[in-house]
Ligand binder design. Structure first.
Ligand code: SF4
Ligand code: SF4
Length: 257
């Protein structure tokens, strides 16, 4: 299967695994994946407790996929964990590449506009409420374009164990059909963001910006696969070099709107 991958991707993987950088990257991805898993469990526990305290129920079900047509962002660190997973499961990597071109054709331009607003906001410490207001019309356009996430395969998330926190923290307490783009009803969505302790744990495991800098999920993964994490780290620093480190309230990984 590896021999069918484009040469750029195989060459980037070789570079990503090379020498002391490769050893650091693998260790970072292992540690970060464990932190993500713990964060996912903590946020899900809080979500279930708060929903059941209201006497409500989460209505999300297997193969319910309208929310997989929203704009979803990931941090560079989460993107690295997803790519490490794809390196271990080359069939999934190939499936992503097969679906990526369709996504790029239909959704990349809107996603780039959203990414641009979000990262300019990150560099200037703009409050999250303002970012949501500025990006909402674009997020709505993205959703109405009805483009599936390239990781959605046969109605299921193909990277479920390492899916973005934006996905695992997004739940509806309304009937599932209300999430469809043509629904007249608006679903009541419960978004769980990491609590301070989990967020600080993620920020402390490496360069804090690896947790804060985000791009649309397909863009981040494709660029990591073709350019590598060192190049993406340089890009991140060039885009946010004027921003003060440690601000965690600008973006929190939750981008479905
Ligand atoms: S958020 Fe909506 S579309 Fe997504 S799984 Fe839940 S009910 Fe289904
Ligand atoms: S990563 Fe998985 S859960 Fe998230 S939007 Fe894509 S297919 Fe859906």
């Amino acid at each position: 299967m590896a021999s069918q991958l484009p040469l750029t991707i195989s060459a980037t993987e070789d570079r990503e695994n090379d020498g002391s950088y490769g050893a650091w990257r693998r260790k970072f991805c292992r540690e970060y994946a464990a932190l993500l898993e713990a964060t996912r469990e903590n946020t899900n526990r809080s979500l279930r407790a708060s929903v059941s305290a209201e006497g409500r129920q989460i209505s999300c079900q297997k193969e319910c996929t309208s929310c997989c047509h929203h704009y979803v962002s990931v941090s560079l660190a989460q993107g690295m964990v997803i790519v490490a997973h794809l390196y271990r499961t080359k069939g999934l990597l190939q499936q992503f590449l097969d679906r990526y071109e369709e996504w790029r054709e239909k959704a990349e331009a809107i996603a780039e506009e959203i990414d641009g607003i979000r990262n300019r906001a990150l560099a200037s410490s703009t409050p999250i409420a303002r970012v949501i207001m500025d990006t909402r019309p674009l997020s709505t356009r993205y959703f109405l374009a009805n483009v599936r996430c390239p990781f959605l395969v046969d109605g299921l998330c193909s990277i479920y164990p390492v899916r973005p926190l934006a996905c695992s923290g997004h739940h509806s307490v309304s009937p599932p059909e209300w999430c469809a783009p043509d629904s007249q009803q608006k679903p009541e969505i419960r978004r769980m963001t990491p609590d301070d302790r989990d967020l600080l744990g993620m920020i402390r495991v490496g360069d804090p910006w690896l947790t804060l800098f985000e791009l649309a999920l397909p863009t981040m993964v494709y660029r990591l696969l073709t350019e590598g994490s060192a190049a993406m780290t340089s890009l991140m620093h060039s885009q946010i070099k004027s921003a003060p480190p440690g601000r965690a309230d600008v973006q929190t990984g939750v981008a479905k709107q």
